[in-house]
Design a protein around this ligand. Sequence first.
Ligand code: AMP
Length: 176
Amino acid sequence: MNSPALDLLARTVRDVPDFPKPGILFKDIMPILADPPAFRASIDLFAEAISPLRVDKIVGIDARGFLFGAALAYKLGLGFIPVRKKGKLPGKTEAVAYTLEYGESTVEMLSDALREGEKVVLIDDLLATGGTAAAAIKLIEKLGGQPLAALFLIELEFLHGRQLLGDVPVTALLKY
Ligand code: AMP
């Protein structure tokens, strides 16, 4: 991949120690959105990563996956579909529960958000343990969608999250 663009992204992500709790190094991607060349580079790199694929929909994960996913969908002329945290979507939904470090969480999509066989690319800002993305992939499959790839701005490789994503190919722009 284009390394000046990756260098720009790596320089623009902000590390926040001990957020949201002690011992967590939070990777804040918001400075990328605030910097036009960096934001453009991130979307261009995501588009390049999936350029060989024939994609029908971009599916973004609540909430930072919406920011990159919607811009990527616009660039590629595709529709964008949100995976939301429980209780936010109006109408009939499908849900998948998953385990967090402490406790449980549930993600939802509208039951009719995808058509049978639609080819989907999943996107989020960061892959940590992989629990959230794995739940989103299950949800896409429950709705009849076919997950072709998963895109992340950042992968925390030491957490081995990609192992939870089965055979869905993972692309991360920055790895730590
Ligand atoms: P996980 O389910 O463990 O892969 O966690 C992924 C979700 O949690 C993503 O939506 C991230 O936005 C968020 N997240 C987890 N760890 C971090 C971190 N160190 N810095 C920023 N966001 C994080």
